[in-house]
Design a protein around this ligand. Structure first.
Ligand SMILES: Nc1ncnc2c1ncn2[C@@H]1O[C@H](COP(=O)(O)OP(=O)(O)OP(=O)(O)O)[C@@H](O)[C@H]1O
Length: 304
C-alpha cells in the first residue's frame, strides 16, 4: 500500500511541469522506481507527500543554444559539498562557455567637479583636504594675476602670472573660463584638464560664484556643481577675519558680495555646509557626492 502511494506520488512529481525545470533533467529519473529502491530507508525520507532525496549530482543538459552547439551533459556537483573550483568548472561546462572576468559595466567617466562658494567659506581648505584623501583627483591649478599670499607656492596653489601674460593666454584661447575678480584675473587652463582626464583622473575646479555661472553656461550638465556655504553669515565673517589676509576694504567687499551670492544656489547641483571645526565632515560629504556620481547609470559625459 505504502509502495503504491509512493509510486503514484513520484509519477506525479515526474510529470509535473512545475518540477521539471527547463534547466535540469529530473534527478528522479536516475533512480529506479522499483519497490526495493523506494522502500529503502537509507535512500528515501518523507516530508508530507514530497520525497526528499539524499544530495545527488544534477545533470545539466540544456542550453539556450541550438542543438548543434549544445554542450554535452555535464555532472554538476552539489553546491553544499563541492569543491569551489570543481563546481565553477562544471557550471562553465554546462553553460557552454567560460565565465568572463571582464567588468560587467564600463569604468565610470572621469568627472569635472566645480567647487564654488563665497569668499572665505573654505573652498581652498576643503580641496586641500580632498586631495589628501583621494588620489584619483586632479585639482586644476588656476592661473591668476593676483599677488602671491604668504605661504602660497607658484604652480601648486596658483600659476602666478603677470596681467600681460594673462591677457596673452586669453588671446590664445588657452582658458576654459576666466574672470576679473576684485581687480585680479583668474582663469582655468584647458590643457591641464585634457591631460589629466585622459589619464582617468577626476578634475576639481575651484571658482567663485561668477566663475561657476560662466562654467555652467559652457559645460551645462556635463560637470558637477557644488556650492559650499558656511552655517551662518556670522561664521563666514569670523573665518574671513581670522584668515588675516584681507584689508578693511576687501573685507567689506567680500562680505557684502557673500550676502548676494547665496541667491545663486539654484544654479548648482549640490549644496554642502562647511561647519566650523568640521572640515573632515565637509570633505566626507563631497566624497559621497563624487561616489554617487560615479555610480550613476547615465554618466555625465564631458568634452573640453
Ligand atoms: N570648517 C572649517 N572650520 C574652521 N575653519 C575653516 C573651515 N573651513 C575653512 N576654514 C578656514 O577659513 C579660512 C577661509 O578658508 P579658505 O581660504 O579655504 O576659503 P576660500 O573659500 O578658499 O576663500 P577665497 O575664495 O577668499 O580664497 C581659512 O583660514 C581656513 O583655514
Amino acid at each position: 500500500m505504502l509502495v503504491r502511494r509512493l509510486c503514484t506520488s513520484l509519477a506525479k512529481f515526474n510529470n509535473n511541469p512545475f518540477f521539471l525545470s527547463r534547466k535540469f533533467i529530473n534527478p528522479f529519473a536516475e533512480f529506479p522506481s522499483s519497490p526495493a529502491f523506494l522502500t529503502s530507508p537509507k535512500t528515501l525520507q518523507f516530508t508530507s507527500h514530497r520525497p526528499v532525496l539524499p544530495a545527488r549530482c544534477f545533470f545539466s543538459a540544456n542550453s539556450p543554444m541550438g542543438d548543434a552547439r549544445r554542450p554535452a551533459v555535464v555532472p554538476i556537483p552539489c553546491p553544499e559539498t563541492a569543491d569551489r573550483a570543481e563546481l565553477y568548472r562544471a557550471l562553465e561546462a554546462s553553460l557552454g562557455s567560460p565565465f568572463s572576468s571582464e567588468p560587467l559595466v564600463p569604468n565610470p567617466n572621469p568627472l569635472v567637479i566645480v567647487i564654488s562658494g563665497p569668499s572665505g567659506v573654505g573652498k581652498d581648505a576643503v580641496i586641500k583636504r580632498l586631495r589628501e584623501v583621494r588620489e584619483s583627483i586632479h585639482f586644476v591649478v588656476t592661473a591668476t594675476s593676483r599677488a602671491m599670499r604668504p605661504g602660497e607656492i607658484d604652480g601648486k596653489d596658483y600659476f602666478f602670472v603677470s596681467k600681460e601674460e594673462f591677457l596673452k593666454m586669453i588671446a590664445q584661447d588657452e582658458l576654459l573660463e576666466y574672470a576679473l575678480v576684485y581687480g585680479d584675473y583668474k582663469g582655468i587652463p584647458k590643457q591641464q584638464i585634457r591631460e589629466h582626464m585622459a589619464k582617468g583622473s577626476d578634475i576639481v575646479l575651484r571658482v567663485d560664484i561668477q566663475g561657476a555661472a560662466t562654467l555652467r553656461n559652457i559645460l551645462g550638465k556635463s560637470a558637477v556643481f557644488i556650492f559650499l556655504v558656511a552655517e551662518s553669515e556670522e561664521a563666514l565673517v569670523k573665518r574671513l577675519i581670522d584668515r588675516k589676509t584681507e584689508t578693511k576694504e576687501t573685507l567689506l567687499v567680500r562680505i557684502a558680495t557673500a550676502k548676494e551670492e547665496i541667491k545663486h544656489l539654484s544654479n548648482f547641483d549640490y549644496v554642502v555646509v562647511n561647519k566650523e571645526g568640521e572640515l573632515d565632515g565637509t570633505v566626507k560629504l563631497v566624497e559621497s557626492i563624487i561616489d554617487a556620481e560615479k555610480a550613476k547609470v547615465n554618466q555625465r559625459n564631458i568634452v573640453i
